[in-house]
Design a protein around this ligand. Structure first.
Ligand SMILES: [Fe+2]
Ligand SMILES: [Fe+2]
Length: 232
């Protein structure tokens, strides 16, 4: 495909269901031991993946006007395809549990990060792959382990598949973030911390999954200075 020009909408189109609610109104996830609890978890994750598909395509469309090599767009299209596969895996699992995406309400906070960084590519890369997707690396292994303990090996394996792919997404995010910073004569970790402090609500939540972040090439001195206090 040739690279053209596009003006992506401020918010992506959404199916009629799920109904979108403010994050505060979302019910707490139930215990994974119950089928309803697992459906709630898989539904929430499917919603995140649907947003991830849009975020990847938004990155392609919104920044097509900037001077970027072809490989930048190829990388994010590959990410978009993997996010679509993640959505399908979760939707398939929900179907086996007798549910489908749209059955439960979903929270509407996920596009905020995109809106806040719509005119700043470095900010978008800092907040989306390097904060939000990196956060997924921190929390997914425990979720997979809890599903496994609850006897739901199939869901657990889906989460681990997603986890491995997401290490790649963080790696791609970091590679482009560093490259664009260096091309502009900027120090990547300084720019990262400045953008996150200014545009991402809240501190980064420890504990971090350092080995997974390291596997993505993400050094601690980027994100550790942004860590909030560990909650007990
Ligand atoms: Fe994903
Ligand atoms: Fe991802």
């Amino acid at each position: 495909m040739a690279l053209g020009e596009a003006k992506p909408p401020p918010r992506p189109a959404r199916p009629e269901r799920p109904s979108l609610r403010p994050p505060k109104e979302m019910a707490k996830r139930r215990a994974f031991g119950s089928r309803a609890g697992r459906i709630a978890l898989l539904h929430a994750l499917a919603h995140i993946e649907l947003n991830a598909i849009d975020l990847a395509w938004d990155l392609v469309a919104r920044f097509a006007g900037e001077e970027l090599p072809r490989a930048f767009f190829d990388d994010w299209i590959e990410v978009a395809a993997e996010e679509a596969y993640h959505f399908e895996l979760l939707a398939g699992r929900l179907a086996k549990l007798g549910a489908r995406y749209g059955d439960l309400p979903a929270h509407d906070g996920l596009w905020e990060a995109a809106a806040a960084t719509a005119d700043d590519l470095l900010a978008r890369l800092a907040v989306v792959p390097l904060v939000l997707e990196a956060r997924g690396l921190d929390v997914t292994p425990q979720m997979a382990a809890r599903l496994e303990r609850a006897g739901d090996t199939e869901s657990s394996e889906i989460l681990l598949h997603i986890y491995r792919d997401e290490i790649g997404h963080v790696a791609i995010g970091l590679r482009w973030f560093d490259r664009l910073c260096l091309a502009r004569g900027l120090v990547p970790e300084v720019v990262f911390q400045e953008r996150v402090r200014r545009l991402f609500k809240g501190e980064l939540k420890p504990p971090f999954n350092h080995p997974a972040r390291a596997a993505a090439g993400f050094p601690r001195d980027y994100y550790e200075p942004l860590a909030g206090r560990e909650r007990r």
